[in-house]
Design a protein around this ligand. Sequence first.
Ligand SMILES: [Zn+2]
Ligand SMILES: [Zn+2]
Length: 335
Amino acid sequence: MGTRARERENGRGERVLAGLWRLRLPLPWPGVPHGNAWAFSAGDGIVLVDTGVHSGDSMEQLQRAMEQVGLSLDQVKLLLITHAHNDHWGQALPIVERTGCEMWVHPASAMALAHLADPEEELRLRLEVARQSGIPQAALDAYAERELGREPLFAGPVPASRDLVDGVQIESDLGVWQAYETPGHAASHVCLYQPEHRLLISGDHLLGRIVLWFDRGDTPDPVAEYLRSLDVVAGLRARLALSGHGKPFLDVPGHIEGSRRAVRAQIDTALAALADGPRTALQVAAEVNDGRPAGSSNPAWRLPLTLCVLEHLEREGRVARESDGELEHWRVTVG
Ligand SMILES: [Zn+2]
Ligand SMILES: [Zn+2]
């Protein structure tokens, strides 16, 4: 590996405004090379929002990013989690152990912990759904082998000191931040809003480059939840969004509308894919675009997303599924 590639992968801190910093942390995923943690000053300490993944040198990466902007891990007195995905809370345990800080997270994170507690059963369920959806056995075997060999990226569970839910307030030097539950991307998703400065820590609910993802299986209709959560942030009048990946961005209403359009486009594409007769979810997924550049998307990512869209339409009575015992086919309902 050349030095340039190594530099790109290192943690990096930047000041966004006085008392607010972006900590850009490397991720081990080709399509998503970085994620953000955020830090804001609060009296004699700082509040850290999200953690990055846990892997070999991830604590050094976090410390390195903090040191670049004159912060140190020992100042952290509170850790807030936007949602229970590994790139956002994977490293909570060593941070809490090291600093003794509290961690606040949404109670739906318990579902993520249940999945993490039994990864083999999780994989078995995922493979079963993928098989019914039309993924060939050889591809399933290769996927299973990759998954079983993967680093967990999650250091271990941390008991929450407090549930991060609607109405929770967080004091800071910039003023009070308000928590807003925004499920959809993940059932545990929460955004943080600072009304005087109109700042929104948007997690993965709103991203500068729109990429949709819905956690399947934790709640009946994450697509509907996501659309409702877009309405929640639309009501906040945020001016600057600090998202879980990528640079801070302006034009929050434009990004909210873009996210709504992206969902509508997926719904339209799924319905169009079923226009000529029943299809497997895999066949529908081949048509659905999740917003990633062509070529960087793979079926392991697109299939669960497509299933969420199909199950959303099923709940609305617009599509139905039938199984022949082997494969599940989806069709448009008539009338
Ligand atoms: Zn996420
Ligand atoms: Zn993320």
